[in-house]
Design a protein around this ligand. Sequence first.
Ligand code: FAD
Ligand code: SIN
Length: 529
Amino acid sequence: MIRKYDFLVVGSGIAGMSFALKVADKGKVAILCKTALEEANTYYAQGGVASVTKQTDKFDNHIQDTLIAGDGICDRDVVTKVVSEAPSQIKELVSWGVDFDKDQSGNFDLHKEGGHSDFRILHHKDNTGAEIQQSLVESIKRHPNIDIFDQHFAIEILTQHHLGMRVKHTTPNIECYGAYVLDIRTNHVETFLAKITLIATGGIGNIYQTTTNPTIATGDGIAMVYRAKGLVEDMEFVQFHPTALFHPGERPSFLITEAMRGYGAVLRNKKGEEFMQRYDQRGSLAPRDIVARAIDNEMKLSGDEHVYLDVTHKDAEQTKEHFPNIYKKCLELGIDITKDYIPVAPAAHYLCGGIKVDLNARTTINRLYAAGECSRTGLHGANRLASNSLIEAVVYADAAAKDSLILLPQLSWNDRIPEWNDAGTSLNEEMILITQSVKEVNQIMNAYVGIVRSNLRLKRAYDRLEILYVETESLFQRSVVSKEICELRNIISSAYLVIKSALQRKESRGLHYTIDYPKKNPHADLYEY
Ligand code: FAD
Ligand code: SIN
């Protein structure tokens, strides 16, 4: 089946849905998601959205905090753009129904998180993401120009490659004409032709064994664009959240928001000692890379599988009021956070790199935009400042909308694209090969490409992954296409890109810490590795 739209949006998180809402008055939009509409990283966001909204805070302060966290390689123009456009995008989110908490005077109730010099995190209790996701879902459902395709899996973006041309990374003017999309319910591949395509497929957390990301985060958009010869950058910068609830076997790992440390919670080792001051004078509120590495080190020194987050010294009623979902979740596991320490350990959380885009959210492929976690804008540099990603997603969705609306009148559909060809494939009954391969990738990434790296570990990961790559490509060529085999391919490609970028970076910077090029660290003698 062939479908034609002005705009094809792959992904129904904050980036995809806000873009759809911004262009839908001017053209017909198809929005795809591979499971249910709600299931996206966006839904899981807890802490909130960073934006300067009070008189005493300044754009310059938010800019400086972002640049410091990014460890010297943020793009200053991008940082300035996101920080200064944030307040107007907050207004837009509010106009779509997002209800940020207010204080008694009617001003936004602002939280503080690691690396922020001021209280500037807008939030809805401790489930800001769910509030945003639900409000946007309601808004897109109401719009007559938006067609929603849930349970639809984008397999490949369409380019001149599908017209028989040999496309390489150096080929000039590669163009995107839409995507091949698997309807998961019917197992049929449809051709979505589009004048403009936006990739908004989110992150890659599921390349790791332990992650805060829901299972949808398999790097599909990044892998698709890489296969189509678009540029992908900064993949070595994978952010581990310091405080995921330690509850082995649970996937995704439940997050204990950084806002809890902003509220006064402190990290303790298993002996009950506060340790963060030994690593950084900002203590438990140092930027994430520093806190995650310190926890990792404490765990290595003691052999323990977790440390603790202690909020027991705070007023119990206030704690329940600010963090009702965390309170409830922990209580279900027998932990009363007003009385007991919370066991926590780092988990893969966020990808700073991804599909390279310019200030207009254009990728290196014409007619193809990217926004949200799958994109690499230059905002985060080597380490994302907490709560800077939801705001980045909505600012860049706005940039993509504005730029693509200018392009739209000049574009038409490419009707020469052939339909999906599955000749020579057969039903793959060896599902175990797929599920086991995913587990193997997860083990490789956790063991060798985690918080602390080395050339030897990365090389070992590379060699192991190559075997899986060759086996999986051969299986893919022979099998009828399925969501599972496509996700495995994408997981392998994303893991490969992380390892390749990590091997290329001959220094420790931000989230990429390697013992072969140690950073000059005033506390180096503390570290075990
Ligand atoms: P997502 O919200 O992940 O949406 C991706 C969409 O793409 C989904 O609809 C999915 O179905 C679809 N998709 C993927 N592949 C395909 C495919 N092949 N075909 C079709 N559809 C596909 N950031 C903050 O700024 N503040 C926070 O407080 C915060 N807290 C967080 C807490 C948690 C637990 C997590 C996991 C992340 C948090 N983040 C936070 C990060 C932030 O939530 C994400 O970076 C952001 O939501 C990403 O939005 P997105 O629109 O790019 O992607
Ligand atoms: C958190 O609430 O700690 C997550 C915030 C983020 O990832 O930006």
